[in-house]
Design a protein around this ligand. Structure first.
Ligand code: ME8
Length: 508
């Protein structure tokens, strides 16, 4: 079996309510997954939930339920969101699943046996109220900790540490030698800059007396795994670490993440894998952060964009299109309702919707809904066809470079060229002259063919619309492949179209 293309999103904290930022990351990953399937690859697309830790433990306590019950109540908010956004994930991992606990413990034991993990005493300022160690960052200018931390005392605590620092030079060399390892380039430079400072060893445990809601260390049951060893390991758990499937899934091709967790993914994670003798992922791709109207989104300000509300009002395709079109993978984005509406009305309803609608309506009107035959060519047709082929040919490279907004730009250049072709050829004028019937048929055939090509290229981005276009063209629901966008003339003439309806109803 050939290796699958494996793409992951971060595992989201189960205690949060999903917002547009989580939706964004998962949609970008979905577009990449669908694009690779379109190119004929087997794809394994993973998303998931991060369920351990103090916040979950405290929230469960406050509600009077067990942490597991709390997770089970929260998980559906996430599990039910993904189908609404048309996410085609193959798996959804939850870190409380037995498969994950088993893999985390196996890897920890392996590292412990290899001498990569050691116990050490840590001494610091500890807030019992916040149940955490405090550092100078939390200290006020008066040298005191803010009142919200309650009583702060010196505390000595034994913990387990992972020997991360010894791999620092190796990691720097790996990032230098593999330019594609961190995407985009400016994030690669950022991580290299960060690695100029010593990394230090990583504290990987918490005493179970202080944090009960975690995976117990296999070599010391008085401790649980703290944060990153638990969370990051999800990517190998879901790939089937320790089973024959692992070979087929691992290494991951892309870990797509938000920019704030880059260090953990491009720093800690490769070192953890290296120490455990597991091959490294091929790429860590960090996307930017969304704000709303220039402001950070937060529950207290009440300016959080709810992806479900957008889907209910505008449809999932409109949301997916906007998020992908608005910015390159890597840049920060700012959500503004007016901008969203402008793109919906201008690009989806006008450019794309009108092209499909007027092309197919003219076939209805002038050819009784039967697809005509191309018979009388013109240099204008060659130009249209060449642009279709060039756009389709560019697709794999755009996807490989994660240039998804530019890819949409290419497709829209073609859509606009098609609209121009309609105006240049003026089928309504040809229809008035019976001597030009054959030319009219050719123009309409070329427009239908263009709509077919567009339906393929857009399928990863706006799958529902792509399928609608194909049904309107009289095509079935069979799976499609990119190659078919590179070929011209696949539509069979003298066959009826499907039922025509506007793709994007205009909204005021
Ligand atoms: O960090 N704009 O989970 P998390 C864009 N459990 N993306 C955003 C965003 C915003 N405003 N807000 C969140 C965690 N995201 C850990 C991860 S992985 C082994 C463990 C997205 O629930 C972005 O992709 O805080 C970010 O990386 C992710 O949500 C963090 O989700």
């Amino acid at each position: 079996m050939p290796k699958q293309f494996y793409i992951t999103t971060p595992i989201y904290y189960v205690n949060d309510r999903p917002h547009i930022g989580h939706a964004y990351c998962t949609i970008v990953a979905d577009v990449i997954a669908r694009a690779h399937r379109l190119m004929g690859e087997e794809v394994f697309f993973l998303t998931g939930l991060d369920e351990h830790g103090q916040k979950v433990q405290q929230a469960a306590q406050a509600k009077g339920v067990t942490p597991q019950q709390f997770c089970d109540e929260m998980a559906p908010h996430w599990e039910q969101l993904w189908p609404k956004l048309l996410i085609s994930n193959n798996d959804l991992i939850r870190t409380t699943q037995p498969r994950h606990k088993h893999v985390v413990q196996t890897i920890l034991q392996k590292l412990y046996d290899a001498g990569e993990i050691y116990a050490s005493e840590y001494e610091g300022w500890y807030s019992t109220r916040a149940e955490q160690f405090l550092t100078e960052k939390e200290m006020g200018p008066d040298g005191k900790f803010p009142a919200e931390y309650g009583e702060v005392t010196r505390l000595k605590e034994k913990n387990y540490f992972f020997k991360m620092s010894k791999y620092q030079d190796w990691l720097i060399a790996h990032i230098r030698d593999n330019p594609g390892f961190v995407h985009p380039d400016y994030r690669r430079n950022e991580i290299l800059g960060f690695l100029q400072k010593p990394l230090g060893d990583l504290c990987i445990s918490r005493p179970a007396t202080r944090l009960a809601w975690g995976i117990p260390l296999p070599f010391d049951a008085d401790y649980v795994t703290y944060v990153w060893f638990d969370a990051l390991t999800n990517y190998v758990t879901a790939a089937g670490y320790g089973t024959p499937a692992f070979e087929q899934n691992w290494p991951a091709d892309i870990h797509l993440i938000g920019k704030e967790i880059l260090l953990f993914h491009a720093g800690y994670w490769p070192i953890m894998l290296k120490a455990a003798g597991i091959p490294l992922p091929k790429q860590i791709a960090a996307h930017g952060w969304w704000t709303r109207d220039g402001q950070k989104m937060s529950k207290s300000v009440g300016n959080v964009v709810d992806p479900v509300a957008i889907v209910e009002a505008w449809g999932a395709d409109a949301l997916r299109y906007y998020l992908l079109r608005e910015l390159p993978v890597g840049s920060d984005g700012d959500w503004a309702d007016t901008n969203f509406e402008r793109r919906y009305n201008g690009e989806l309803a006008n450019d794309l919707g009108n092209l499909v609608n007027r092309s197919l309506s003219m076939i209805n009107r002038y050819c009784k809904g039967i697809l005509p035959q191309p018979a009388v060519p013109d240099p204008l047709d060659d130009e249209l066809r060449a642009l279709a082929a060039a756009t389709a040919k560019r697709f794999p490279d755009r996807v490989a470079k994660l240039e998804l907004n530019q890819l949409l730009g290419d497709i829209w250049d073609f859509i606009r060229r098609c609209n121009q072709y309609v105006d240049q050829c003026a089928p309504w004028a040809l229809a008035k002259d019976p001597a030009k019937a054959a030319r009219l048929g050719t123009v309409l055939y070329n427009l239908a063919e263009s709509c077919r090509v567009i339906s393929i290229l857009l399928a990863p981005f706006i799958p529902t619309t792509a399928a609608k276009i194909r049904l309107q063209l009289g095509l079935g629901e069979a799976p499609i492949v990119l190659i078919e966008a590179q070929l011209w003339g696949m539509l069979v003439s003298n066959r009826p179209l499907g039922e025509i309806a506007p793709l994007f109803p205009k909204k005021q």
